[in-house]
Design a protein around this ligand. Structure first.
Ligand SMILES: Cc1cc2nc3c(=O)[nH]c(=O)nc-3n(C[C@H](O)[C@H](O)[C@H](O)COP(=O)(O)OP(=O)(O)OC[C@H]3O[C@@H](n4cnc5c(N)ncnc54)[C@H](O)[C@@H]3O)c2cc1C
Length: 493
């Protein structure tokens, strides 16, 4: 093979692309990764500068144990490097809950240990009556008892529809609305019940909100290190402009730094950008192009990062929601029409709780986020930042007063960092394509595309679960299909 010829080319180094490339290279498949940014990892991007080491976006690993990366590290032979910064059985108070029930004037603030299996703190946060507690425990028990077969039957049922058939106390319903927004970046009335219940099960049984020393980039760094150690080739700061297709099969890519050849191209750039922009509609059947265009992008997060000059935060995660702050489609549409709500949900990570090196001595950093549209040009972003600041000031005045500096990001920055906007309103997705009914489980887009040798990995295709975990799984699963394809091709030649 010549210098610019490979067996597989992977476009992009997000968790899906890296999982796929690293495992293929480990199994002896000559693989090239081409990443447009100088920094690798896609949305699992962590800052390491000026004495700080934390994630650019607020991330929590679900499940903490038994996730895709733990499995990948095991196959790479470096399980000892898989060190979540929080044990599943860590007994510290880990999450601060700020909740406001309908009719209450103020948020009530409580804290609790990490898993909802001990729901004491959670129930305290909404002053639940014994009857509400009993009903809630029954619902949680039912969710935990569902098998993979049971969940598969819920692919085309929304979480709202599933809950409508049960007796759910209002505060628990609000919590589900919050979780749909915070964990899946979706509304409860569109999110697939199979996907959401799977994630809730994993949170409760395998730990939720997992973090890593140095941030999620730890996962990227180990996978890249192993990829290169096993002979893989990595080109950074190089945008792929085109996937080359000849006679119905891929033959390589065209980039800012020239052409590279391979019989398999795996794209981590998103399904819609891959089909519409990188390959080009003309290479696909019209019905497939229409299907891809009809897929709905997930929502984004706007983030504010608070840099504190005093260690005032006691727990690792801070979450804030009320009966009025989570979005279903009706509330979301109102917000998009310019009616910014009185309150928004917040999901926030205090990195120093998990990693003493996350901030300089005596300082802390809090990465906070709330849901918004994925449109890089969305008009509501500045108003949402303002609202996030207002809530911080009112509900956590100690954090607000200790803040010496702030940084703001939103869908524009997410899109610039990762995904091109090729469909109206898309680009800044938190996860990827929306995890809603019609796009999950049996309806999840496939990794194998209808052009020979072309695959998509990452949050858009082939797997289920929360953001980074499902992207890792997608990369893992695709390796088997790719190896089968390469073997069949070699046999036919
Ligand atoms: C604000 C925010 C909060 C989140 N919270 C969580 C959370 O709590 N838990 C969780 O598990 N997940 C969370 N996620 C989601 C998670 O980060 C993503 O789902 C996941 O990283 C997507 O991985 P991916 O493999 O699909 O690729 P991406 O991370 O999207 O990476 C794609 C890569 O492809 C590269 N690329 C694209 N086009 C080209 C091109 N033409 N040429 C070369 N390279 C290209 C990009 O530069 C990028 O590196 C969050 C995301 C955001 C933004």
């Amino acid at each position: 093979m010549s210098n610019n010829t490979y067996e597989v080319i992977v476009i992009g180094s997000g968790p899906g692309g890296l999982a796929c490339a690293t495992l293929l290279q480990k199994r002896g498949v000559k693989t090239l990764i081409v990443e447009k940014n100088e920094v690798l990892g896609g949305k699992m991007y962590s800052i390491d500068a000026d004495g700080y080491a934390y994630d650019l976006f607020p991330h929590g690993q679900v499940p903490t144990r038994g996730n895709a990366f733990e499995q990948i590290f095991a196959e790479l032979g470096c399980s000892e490097d898989f060190k979540p910064a929080l044990d599943v059985d860590d007994q510290r108070e880990m999450i601060t809950l700020a909740y406001k029930r309908a009719g209450w004037k103020n948020y009530k603030i409580t804290s609790q240990k990490q898993a909802l299996t001990d729901a004491t703190g959670f129930f305290n946060s909404w002053e639940a009556t014994p009857e509400e507690q009993e009903k809630s425990m029954m619902l949680i028990g039912e969710m935990l008892s569902l098998t993979a077969e049971d969940l598969a039957k819920l692919d085309r049922v929304t979480m709202e529809e599933w809950l409508a058939e049960r007796d759910v106390p209002a505060p628990l319903y609000s919590y589900m609305g919050f979780q749909a927004n915070a964990s899946l970046a979706e509304p409860i009335d569109l999110v697939s019940a199979s996907e959401m219940i799977l994630i809730m099960q994993q949170m409760m049984l395998q730990g939720g909100g997992g973090q890593y020393k140095g941030g999620f980039a730890m996962l990227t760094n180990v996978m890249v290190r192993e990829f290169e150690k096993n002979g893989g080739t990595l080109i950074k700061g190089c945008r792929v402009n085109k996937v080359i297709v000849e006679d119905g099969a891929v033959t390589g890519i065209d980039t800012d730094k020239g052409q590279f050849k391979a019989p398999v191209v795996v794209s981590n750039a998103g399904l819609q950008p891959t089909v519409i922009k990188l390959v080009g509609e003309e290479h696909f059947d019209k019905a497939y192009v229409n299907y891809v265009k009809s897929l709905v992008p997930g929502w984004a997060f706007t983030s504010v990062r608070y840099f504190l000059n005093k260690p005032v935060m006691k727990t690792g995660l801070y979450v804030m929601w009320s009966d009025d702050s989570w979005y279903d489609m009706e509330r979301y549409k109102k917000m998009k029409d310019g009616n910014i709500p009185e309150e928004v949900i917040l999901f926030m990570v205090n990195h120093k709780f998990f990693d003493p090196d996350a901030a300089p001595e005596g300082k802390q950093v809090l990465v906070s986020g709330t849901v918004c549209s994925a449109n890089p040009e969305a008009k509501e972003i500045e108003a949402l930042w303002k609202k996030m600041d207002e809530q911080m000031q009112q509900v956590f005045p100690d954090i607000w007063e200790a803040t010496e500096r702030k940084e703001y990001t939103g869908p524009r920055e997410i899109s610039n960092l990762t995904r091109d906007s090729v469909v109206k309103g898309s680009g800044g997705e938190c996860v990827g394509l929306a995890q809603i009914v019609g796009q999950c489980g049996i309806d999840k887009p496939k990794s194998e595309l209808p052009i020979r040798g072309l695959y998509v990995v990452g949050a858009d295709a082939g797997a289920a679960g929360m953001g980074t975990h499902q992207s890792g799984l997608s990369g893992m699963y695709a390796t088997k299909q790719i190896q089968r394809y390469l073997a069949a091709r070699a046999k036919a030649l």
